[in-house]
Design a protein around this ligand. Structure first.
Ligand code: HEC
Length: 129
């Protein structure tokens, strides 16, 4: 019995240390990084769901992106940054509308336009700092 209890406490101690170490290696993301990573995830999912003609899922991610970009864009001071972010929101809304009509060609075009806006901000604003 004593042996089992001491083995158990060693095991619990090891698990606690491992959990602590695992948490420690992941640095906290900056708020801007969380926003950006959500955008990549939505774009990746929309491309995949478009290929599968799963338009309901495309529309959902487009709606989420539209809401996020609008909220973020409204608070950006830099005029170009604001314009590009609000343009992403409006293009995402177009994707949602096109998905409802199962219009894959329009979805594809608008996804490309969104990518262009992301790239423009990264080139003209992010990478200039
Ligand atoms: C208004 C400017 C702007 C727009 C528009 C924009 N980004 Fe960014 N992006 C940034 C900035 C600034 C950073 C750097 C954030 C940081 O490191 O804190 C960044 C960083 C990133 C990163 C790296 C995140 C990380 O983990 O370090 C990714 C990926 C990214 N953006 C994807 C996107 C995608 C996809 C879009 C379009 C849907 C987009 N961005 C639109 C400004 C923008």
């Amino acid at each position: 019995m004593k042996k089992i209890i001491s083995l158990l406490s060693v095991a619990i101690f090891a698990v606690a240390i491992l959990a602590f170490a695992a948490e420690d290696t992941k640095p906290e993301l900056r708020p801007a990084q969380k926003i950006m990573q959500a955008r990549v995830a939505w774009l990746t999912a929309m491309n995949k769901n478009l290929d599968a003609k799963y338009f309901v899922a495309v529309a959902k991610d487009a709606d989420d992106l539209a809401v996020q970009a609008k909220k973020v864009g409204e608070n950006i001071q830099n005029p170009l940054g604001k314009e590009l972010t609000l343009a992403i929101s409006s293009l995402a809304k177009d994707i949602s509308t096109a998905s409802a009509k199962q219009d894959g060609d329009t979805v594809k075009i608008k996804l490309g336009e969104i990518k262009g806006k992301c790239g423009e901000c990264h080139a003209k604003i992010r990478d200039k700092k």
